[in-house]
Design a binder for this molecule. Structure first.
Ligand code: MRU
Length: 380
């Protein structure tokens, strides 16, 4: 996607076998800066502190972390140790362990002296795969939006589609395109009148990233405090909700950013389609029990404090202010799980899965995934 007219991706190899750079997302939307990663520990830190974030992007960044670990020490024990440390940084998004385990399996099968090169090549291919997957998700999601707008205009209603999203599932959360925002970017590019309700997403405020992306791309959007969502839905101001996912169960339950569940409940109560967009790498085939996954609990200070631009004497400086005293008890689970009964469809790069209930959903997924794979999935 573009930043100030320039095509940019969230992660770039600076020098093959030496370093990669990522957009520092903790500085957005205030400053657009790059952060260089040249050790596997630097990668782990960047993921843990959310300089890089979003399920698909942390997966790809983690893959480069394994490549850097192979540079540092290509023995089996050292690679196992580095992979475990990388995976431990963020436990809920399954894309991280999925990507790291893929690279690990690949490199452990080759002689030690060839491991670093093999890992860098593998990570580079994962970059290309990610871009293709997300673009394809966009192409599968676009007709759903077109159909909703068509129905709206047949009823003689305003010819603008109002889509609500939560968190950031745009290109910043992936290498490029995004998941939930990919159909929106394509809809806008096709000339459709589309407007996005952007939910702020306390406590990390990823909605600011979404609003920044949409603005850069020229898509009309409006920011709202999270608590406003239900009211807008009741007033008929939302035509559909579309979000990303950090983990999808075979029966179609979806772990995503905290607050997703409340939006899905509101959407159901108001008969509003609730779509989830995610690559097939987000499906965790081992997730059986609804409460059987680890929900990441993050630092309490993310709730006690808030960041923004200081508008006092030092205008323009990124500053943090305390909302609560240090040590005040707070809860900060980073994700929640939305049950499949609240989800209308799941859009993947392999097609759109109708969520018709737990019994049939696993079958739908399985048959979709049995479809012939695209060349970009050569590594699967
Ligand atoms: O904690 P984050 O910002 O990494 O969480 C991101 C989300 O929850 C996204 O919605 C999800 O990863 C899908 S991103 C394409």
């Amino acid at each position: 996607m573009k930043v100030r007219g320039q095509a940019v991706r969230t992660i770039e190899v600076v020098e093959e076998d030496v370093s990669v750079r990522v957009i520092d997302q903790t500085m957005l939307p205030y400053e657009f800066t790059w952060h260089t990663l040249n050790t596997s520990q630097a990668v782990a830190d960047a993921i843990a502190t959310m300089k890089v974030r979003g399920a698909p992007l942390i997966g790809v960044t983690g893959a480069y972390g394994v490549a850097l670990a192979c540079n540092e020490d290509p023995t089996d024990e050292a690679i196992e140790r580095a992979c475990a440390a990388l995976i431990a940084t963020r436990p809920t998004a399954v894309n991280l362990s999925w990507a790291i385990n893929r690279v690990k399996e690949h490199v452990l099968a080759v002689p030690q002296m060839a491991r670093a090169t093999a890992a860098w090549q593998f990570a580079n291919i994962m970059v290309t795969e990610d871009v293709t997957r997300n673009h394809t998700i966009g192409k599968h999601g676009l007709p759903l939006l077109q159909e909703l707008l068509q129905r709206k205009s047949e009823k003689g209603l305003i010819k603008t589609l109002n889509v609500m999203t939560h968190c950031n599932a745009g290109w910043l959360a992936t290498v490029d395109w995004g998941t939930a925002l990919a159909p929106i970017f394509l809809a806008h590019d096709s000339g459709m009148h589309i407007h996005v309700w952007v939910s702020e997403t306390r406590p990390r405020n990823q909605g600011l990233l979404t609003q920044w992306e949409l603005r850069e791309h020229g898509v009309p959007c409006t920011m709202l405090a999270d608590n406003t969502a239900g009211h807008l839905m009741q007033r008929g101001m939302v035509d559909c909700v579309i979000v990303g996912a950090d983990r999808v169960s075979p029966s179609g339950d979806v772990a995503n950013k905290i607050g997703t569940y409340l939006k899905a409940l509101s959407a159901k109560d108001n008969d509003i389609p609730f779509f989830v967009a995610a690559p097939s790498s987000t499906i965790d085939w081992k997730w059986e029990r609804f409460d059987g996954i680890e929900i990441e609990e993050r630092r309490g200070d993310e709730v006690r404090k808030i960041r923004g631009l200081h508008d006092g004497e030092i205008w323009g400086e990124v500053a943090e202010v305390a909302l609560l005293d240090d040590g005040q008890p707070v809860a900060n689970p980073a994700f929640d799980v939305t049950p499949n009964r609240l989800i209308s469809k799941i859009i993947t790069e392999r097609g759109v899965a109708e969520v018709a209930g737990a019994k049939t959903f696993a079958g739908t997924f399985a048959s979709m995934l049995d479809k012939p794979r695209q060349p970009a999935h050569a590594l699967d």
